[in-house]
Design a protein around this ligand. Sequence first.
Ligand SMILES: [Cu+2]
Length: 622
Amino acid sequence: MPEFSPSIRIVSIMLKEPSKEIIYAIGDKWEDGNLPDREAIASIFDRSTNRALTIIINLTSEKIVKTTKHPEGTQPAVSYNEHPEVEQVVADDPEFKSLLKELYGVNDTSLVMIDAWSAGYYGDEEEKNKRLVRPIAYLRNDSTDNGYARPIEGLRPVVDLNLMKVIRIEKLGKWDLPPNSANYAFEKLAHFRSDIKPLHVLQPEGSSFTRQGHQISWQKWNFVIGFNVREALTIHHVQYEDKNRNRSILFRGSLDEMIVPYGDPAPTQRRKNAFDVGEYGMGMMANSLRKGYDCFGPAEFLDVNFCDSYGNLVTIQNAVGVYEEDSGILWKHTDRRFPDSPELRRSRRLVVFSMSTAGNYEYGFFWYFYQDGTIQFEVKLTGILSVGAIHKGETPKWGTMVSPLVYAPNHQHIFNVRLDLDIEGMNNTVQQSDIVADPLDEEENPFENAFHVLVKDLKTEKEARANLCLETGRSWKIVNKARKNFMGQPVGYKFYPGENAIPFASPNSWWRKRAGFVNHHVWVTPYNEDENYAAGDFPNQRQGGDGLSKWTEQNRSIENKDVVFWYTFGHTHIPRLEDYPIMPTATIGFTLKPNGFFDANPSLDVPPPVVPNKDGKLNIEI
Ligand SMILES: [Cu+2]
């Protein structure tokens, strides 16, 4: 244990989640107080020595369980207080101030807005052993102006976080400040449409879910909500009650890493690629949510606590929201012989969500639970484009003009979700399904209309690496071969991908060497408690080579094992004028649906929204 000197800074102190064996052994008896020792995992660094450590502490015995040095050439994430500190040191830097005055005639640096972007790694040996950020600066008209409308394009300060000092300012050219403001705040806008009538979500008897601490029960579902400063919202121990028992589905799910690579080679833009989870900490950037604002109806919220860089408590009130919402028709059939007796059930879903603000962008993380056993995950992308300035008369090749002298560079948002599925137990097998068309066969396929599904049990990590494939409608199913359904098939859940993309940057690009998880959409690994983040534990400034691409080189067996399913999904963002000055929400995600998990439609017991009369007819006016 190092001396806790004034030069020590804390990046994170998170719960060290107990092992699966312990959690399963406790089962439903956790209320009896039969709990394991609480452990914390802390990431700290010493500014004076540029060394970082991960420490596991047993909070019950107050003993250190394990101390690990961070690998050479890596940095822990930018810590909570470093963001405002960077903004201050850049604004106060004499050279930066004089350049602002000289180039832009700006005397008042109180209107300068500075976002600390991660430094990445681009082959510079000298930078490798420094703790750096490369901030981007903007200029506001007044204190509540949208500063992102006016990038100070030509100046890129580089800050050494250990010295907390600007070590140089890269002068990349002179671009005029864009002339137009681009505001979206209520008080800045003059006109609002006036034809919106009130819409109220009423649940006079309250919500149908119950919350006991972090444990949520809703109809047949029960699960546990988690949160940490790195990943933000996590979902644990998801079970569905069926056949008088709780049947396990998902042990733990989280958005474990992401990267936003920009596709613009301009010297001012080409270093923009943020691992928002591993380099900044999605949880540290979480929003406080508000009832009637972020969601309607009787919602419940959970506060989260963590500590700042100096060890002081930070509480984000209402960081996680839980509520129910109507989601259309669950199922319906009208027998034409009895048109007055349509059978219909409304679908309702339980929503668990958090939202984080990463500089200019917001990311919302939404888990949905449906009555038919479906689990859905969506990332919602909104907020403000990261723009660049352009000279008058120029047309951007790698972006879209959004305002005079302002363009928004093309970029991608590539996410990775780690799904530790435990379908009715730990030992599962992942199957890849590809649909193939049968060839002409006078006997078997004379009309050439046949197609069938090829199912392959994935046996090793390398065999499991795969991309989506439209030609074969590829999908994946996670099954437990030891548990059979009504028809004697293994019980399972099917993974349905949503929108996706491939990375457009070359595999030789610097960021791709550091984000090997983007090389495949699907990865499967055997559970290992040390493998939690798709780009490794320490992506900040790392040269690369860690995470999924490295672990899966071991080509371990994944058949009938405790498997982890990792899904990489990308949203390609070619900006639109309509994304400016603030982006309408885009969504991307995936769905997990029961597939032979239940013996029949599990939502048969959902009552109709209106109970029919004795004669079976609905007493509703048409
Ligand atoms: Cu975008």
